[in-house]
Design a protein around this ligand. Structure first.
Ligand code: ZN
Length: 403
């Protein structure tokens, strides 16, 4: 089945009007004709390079902002309204196991936050979980990684020491760590600690890096390590973020991440817009690279996972064209504007007319309305919300769910 979107964003540097996409679906199709795709742009699905899936409760916590570092926030957060409310549903005892039914439900909810903003991949920073955790998620949750929470607090949430975790990567997968997330002496010292532990390596993925100096960044660039930038979370907690200008000048591989909704943006579309609002001098094509090709590189995902493949399109985001320029368009759209989101040939979310093409599909879907539009989504996020409501005894609203 072929479609011709208004404009196709194949890669950040290859944007072309009039391209035909040859859609590759999983499942048996009823029709051979695709629905009308007038006024829609096509993109590769996005990659969220930093989230904590179980942490996407709402509203944000941080009554005593600005904090000198996230380490202060971690203590404060435990007393916040948001975490106290989440405790009614699931309490984090710090054993690092999120396969308990309620924790797992929260992690699935976190996946839907990402799904409804067009992310096919998410890096869920936390201790590694049993295989079953990753298998039944509605999007791809990064499985091949090693991590440490932070060098100051260590792996309090589960996992081995930072040095052992890095050794276990054998250089073949990312080693992920919150680093220099603050403006105080403790977070400023974390870079020298990183070097002392032998962690400044090509497969290092630094999360945040607010306290990194220009000299530190030069060393990061020389090593070829990556940084995940989470400006919304940083500006909210600390009122300061990574020295992005120096990073870009030095050619450091920068990915963009939402962080959890405890501190960060609502979703990756929101993060993309916030980054542009705060740093309008950064070209949109550079920001787009941060949610696609740069993120794939940082997370050791195949390069194809970040590009649109016109000849065999099994991964696709087809979005209403509210703006003629497809990158400016991303500043205007929300999840209801996603017409079709397909990942590995399987439709995940979109307008109902796309689902009606099928005579059979190897998955279950739920239908719901957003304004006048009828939508479908893989699985049943409404049921997840219902289960939370049943425990709380009232309706809990999550702003990243479009229903
Ligand atoms: Zn984080």
């Amino acid at each position: 089945m072929k479609i011709k979107p208004s404009v196709c964003v194949v890669t950040p540097d290859h944007i072309e009007a009039g391209l035909e996409l040859n859609l590759q679906f999983t499942g048996r199709l009823e029709a051979t004709e695709a629905p009308e795709v007038k006024d829609a742009h096509a993109y590769a699905p996005f990659i969220n390079a930093h989230d904590h899936l179980i942490g996407n409760w709402f509203p944000r916590s941080g009554d005593n902002r600005p904090y000198p570092s996230s380490h202060h926030w971690v203590e404060d957060m435990k007393q916040s309204f948001s975490v106290q409310e989440r405790n009614l549903f699931w309490k984090n005892h710090g054993d690092g196991n999120y396969t308990d039914p309620h924790a797992y439900l929260l992690a699935r909810l976190g996946c839907y936050k990402n799904l409804f903003s067009g992310c096919a991949y998410v890096s869920d920073h936390g201790p590694l979980q049993p295989e079953s955790y990753y298998e039944d998620m509605p999007i791809t949750v990064l499985r091949n990684y090693r991590q440490c929470h932070s060098l100051t607090l260590g792996n309090w949430w589960g996992g081995k020491s930072a040095r052992e975790e890095m050794q276990l990567t054998q250089g073949k997968m990312p080693f992920i760590v919150h680093l220099a997330e603050g403006v105080d002496a403790v977070t400023k010292k974390e870079f020298s600690l990183l070097k002392k532990e032998g962690l400044l390596q090509t497969n290092l993925l630094i999360i945040h890096g607010i306290a990194l100096t220009a000299a530190n960044l030069k060393e990061v660039a020389a090593t070829g390590a990556s940084i995940c930038w989470c400006p919304t979370s940083n500006l909210y907690l600390m009122g300061k973020t990574l020295d992005i200008e120096s990073c870009l000048k030095l050619g450091i591989n920068i990915a963009l991440g939402t962080d959890s909704t405890q501190t960060g943006s609502i979703n990756l579309l929101d993060e993309f817009s916030n980054a542009h609002l705060n740093f309008p001098e950064i070209p949109l094509s550079t920001l787009y690279a941060m949610i696609t090709v740069n993120a794939a590189k940082a997370l050791f995902l195949p390069a194809e996972s970040a590009c649109l493949n016109p000849d065999a399109t099994s991964d696709l985001l087809l979005i209403d064209a509210l703006e003629h320029d497809p990158l400016e368009n991303l500043l205007e759209v929300s999840s209801e504007n996603i017409r079709l989101f397909m990942h590995k040939g399987l439709p995940l979310y979109g307008d109902i007319e796309w689902l009606n093409l099928y005579s059979s599909l190897p998955a279950d879907y739920t239908e719901f309305r957003v304004g006048k539009r009828e939508k479908f989504v893989l699985g049943d996020p409404l049921e997840l919300n219902d289960q939370i409501d049943a425990v709380l005894g009232y309706h809990k609203d999550f702003p990243y769910l479009p229903f």
